[in-house]
Design a protein. Structure first.
Length: 171
């Protein structure tokens, strides 16, 4: 930017010394216009610098926020998907699901919350390598909601989608 200002001043000096006496007034007006342009460009340059600095600060803050959140959340296990009831009897249900892999800490266990009328009846804990479970004893003719969680050293996953089943009267 400094080089541009020096070049413009050099042009002004050359114009002054090459013009005749009748056009000195015109030359002074041109110089004033050039100086205004230089002043405006310096202000514009300053504003652009401030804008770029503000954008960079926002970007750096956003990057730090994303890195911090991924660092905090990356180790939690992923929730299971595809939870479904595969078999219903008079006093039991069979559930299956699929684990998602995200490179987090190894699974310690899988928890299955069993609810009836919105109230937690019990939580069954099963070994982490299994992707299904047979749940019994349950009350006949009752409707149950099942939710599956994966647990690692870091914590518990988000809940699976709730699966609902009503037990039948006969096997």
């Amino acid at each position: 930017m400094f080089v541009v200002i020096l070049l413009l001043l050099l042009v002004v000096v050359v114009v002054i010394f090459t013009s005749n006496s009748n056009s000195i007034r015109t030359t002074l007006i041109k110089i004033k216009i050039l100086l205004n342009l230089i002043d405006n460009s310096i202000n514009l340059y300053s504003l652009l610098n401030e804008l770029i600095l503000a954008i960079l600060m926002v970007l750096v803050h956003d990057i730090q926020f994303v890195i911090a959140n991924e660092y905090v959340c990356a180790d939690f296990p992923e929730q299971v998907v595809g939870l479904s009831v595969t078999e219903v009897t008079i006093n039991s249900v069979a559930l299956v699901w699929t684990f998602q892999m995200n490179g987090s800490d190894p699974r310690i266990r899988t928890e299955i919350e069993i609810r009836r009328f919105g109230t937690l009846v019990r939580t069954d804990m099963i070994a982490p390598q299994f992707s299904g479970a047979q749940l019994s004893p349950l009350l006949p003719l009752s409707t149950y909601n099942f939710t599956v969680y994966v647990v690692s050293n870091v914590g518990r996953s988000r809940p699976s989608v709730v699966s609902t089943s009503t037990l039948s009267l006969s096997n």
